[in-house]
Ligand binder design. Structure first.
Ligand code: MG
Length: 254
């Protein structure tokens, strides 16, 4: 029996269209003149740029930056962290305030139309089988920067039975390497291999640079919010394995 740690957004759930909408509504709360419906072209552009986001609140900065045509895609892809920080400072905001606004906008979307919200957050085809198989054979955890209550709703809707004690979300206030280190200390990890499945290359780089996580097996999924260049980087790395959905199903059937 092994230990499988799955990231959520971009591995299990394609939340990008909903993230765009929640970010748009959070912008409207800050700048009420933005209250018009989210234009489809802007939503599509946001989804293309989704690989730059790490935590949900950054979506508000991304949406505001691209809405006004202030920056082009290339600038966002190459230097989003600097653009985000400059935006937060210029507008007199804080990450904490943006997290609040973003979480509130999401809560409001759920409150207005729960079934629509659930439809906007689609599980990737095949991932339900991967999770069910993993739950049958292994210890399973979710390690995510999403708020835990949203993960709970989506797992329930997709009939994945995972105790919330096994979901480590934004509320933990810990980095993924910190959470993985804690999971390695648990008794169930003692003689087990620990697998970490993620769609974001930056996170895998961080884990790979953490000495005590050296035994963790790292996988970049070939879907989700990564770019072709990042998949190439992962393929060239001797630490990270790029996996397809079929690979994941095959891996766990042991
Ligand atoms: Mg992800």
């Amino acid at each position: 029996m092994d230990v499988y740690c799955f990231d959520f957004d971009g591995v299990i759930c394609d939340s990008a269209p909903e993230t765009a909408l929640a970010a748009w509504n959070a912008c409207a709360a800050l700048w009420p003149a933005d209250g018009a419906p989210l234009p489809e072209a802007l939503q599509q552009r946001f989804c293309r740029l989704r690989p730059v986001l790490h935590t949900g609140y950054e979506a508000v900065a991304l949406m505001r930056l691209i809405k006004d045509g202030e920056v082009d895609d290339e600038a966002v892809l190459s230097d989003f962290a600097a653009l985000r920080d400059a935006f937060i400072e210029r507008e007199g905001l804080t990450p904490h305030r943006l997290k609040q606004l973003f979480g509130d906008a999401r809560d409001k979307l759920i409150e207005q139309d729960r079934s629509a919200w659930l439809c906007w957050n689609r599980f990737y085809p095949g991932i339900g089988d991967v999770l069910s198989e993993a739950l049958r054979n292994h210890e399973v955890f979710i390690v995510t920067t999403k708020q835990e209550r949203f993960v709970a709703l989506l797992l329930e809707h997709n009939r994945i039975k995972l105790s919330m004690e096994r979901v480590f979300g934004l509320e933990q206030n810990k980095t993924k390497p910190e959470i993985l280190s804690e999971l390695m200390e648990r008794p169930e990890s003692a003689r087990a291999a620990l697998h970490f499945i993620e769609d974001r290359m930056g996170t895998l780089r961080q884990v790979a640079a953490t000495p005590e996580l050296e035994p963790v097996r790292l996988y970049l999924v070939d879907w989700g919010y990564n770019t072709a260049a990042q998949r190439e980087e992962a393929r060239a790395s001797d630490r990270i394995t790029v996996v397809s959905m079929e690979d994941l199903l095959g891996m766990q059937g042991i």
